[in-house]
Design a protein around this ligand. Structure first.
Ligand SMILES: [Zn+2]
Ligand SMILES: [Zn+2]
Length: 346
């Protein structure tokens, strides 16, 4: 579609009546403005995610990324270029030699709490009680840390039932972008490349954007097929596919609510509800860096009565978790994966 036509459509779509007319006139799908969707566009690209993860562990050069991930050169070049364009990385001249290095920007480092929130989910739900690959030690307090997703205002851990939503200044819908992730679920196995990682396991489930959008509708209380379909503007075959995947993965359960004709609704399991922490952490990142000061959605914590943003804090000392303060104990030998050990390891 031509650019001007797209822009015109976006303007029309802010008014519900105009939106309904547009819907009848053409099959153009629209989607709700959502900071999580914007964040997922970045981290649900498996290679991009893996590169960012290695950067958190101190990897900076083309050759060390390549060795750690066994990634084709052309793919690595492409993703480093993309992540630099998105301002997750900046290029700097290396201290030695003439080669360039890729360093995380502030925006890139700020993805760390989202990774930690996904890691906590993976540790808890995807390791069957076995020792997770990384133990976090919080340098600030010296404790073994199991970070929690908390309210920025009262520091209490956030429960999915204690949050109310209302439209923010960036609310609205925009024409959906065609392309990646609209049909086939992305190949989850790619996330498992390189070192063992709870974040990789979590992304195998929710790294597919549609899957995560379906889970998002669950957080908003939308359980029924028709409602989810109209909220997402998703093709029926894709929705059916993602719902059955999420049921198989233990994120949703299917419950009969009407006999003739048979109709089912989809409820979040305990495991599904546990994705709420990562969800609002990614939402907060998208609001900070991609929403241009206009968050689409405002969250109120009913426990304390304040509007809040998700904050990932240490469960021991309640200080915010940032990458520079973290130490790691590994339950694997990184050399087996051709990867660097985290530089900060004790
Ligand atoms: Zn609060
Ligand atoms: Zn601490």
């Amino acid at each position: 579609m031509a650019r001007s036509a797209t822009a015109k459509l976006a303007t029309q779509m802010t008014a519900p009546a105009a939106q309904a007319r547009t819907k009848r006139a053409s099959p153009v799908r629209s989607e709700r403005n959502c900071s999580v969707a914007r964040t997922l566009d970045i981290v649900s690209d498996a290679w991009a995610f893996l590169i960012i993860r290695e950067a958190f562990f101190g990897t900076r050069t083309f050759e060390t990324f390549r060795a750690a991930l066994d990634i084709p050169r052309a793919t690595l070049t492409d993703r480093l270029r993309k992540l630099t364009r998105l301002q997750i990385f900046r290029q700097v001249a290396a201290e030695t030699g003439q080669r360039k290095e890729y360093r995380l920007t502030r925006m890139g480092f700020d993805l760390y709490p989202s990774f930690i929130a996904l890691m906590q989910f993976g540790d808890r739900w995807l390791y069957d009680g076995k020792q997770p690959p990384l133990v976090l030690v919080h340098g600030t307090c010296g404790c073994e840390s199991h970070p929690i997703v908390a309210c920025s205002e009262c520091a209490a851990e956030i429960d999915v039932h204690a949050v109310q939503y209302r439209d923010g200044p960036g609310a609205g819908r925009k024409p959906a972008q065609a392309g990646r992730n609209t049909r086939r679920a992305s190949d989850g196995s790619r996330f498992m490349q390189g070192r063992p990682s709870s974040v990789s396991r979590a992304l195998q489930i929710i790294g597919d954007k549609w899957s995560f959008m379906v889970v998002r509708e669950g957080f908003f209380g939308n359980r029924r097929y028709d409602r989810i379909q109209s909220e997402l503007g998703i093709a029926p075959n894709i929705l059916t596919d993602r719902l059955s995947r999420l049921v198989a993965q233990g994120v949703l359960i299917r419950r009969l609510y009407q006999e003739a004709p048979e109709r089912y609704e989809y409820l979040l399991t305990s495991m599904g509800r546990a994705l709420y922490g990562p969800f609002i952490t990614m939402l907060a990142w998208g609001d900070r860096w991609l929403a241009k000061g206009k968050p689409p959605l405002l969250l109120r914590h009913t426990t304390c009565g304040h509007d809040f943003q998700a904050a990932v804090i240490c469960n021991e000392c309640h200080k915010p978790i940032i990458a520079a303060d973290m130490r790691y104990k590994l339950s694997y030998d990184p050399r087996e994966f051709g990867a660097l050990g985290p530089r900060s390891i004790a």
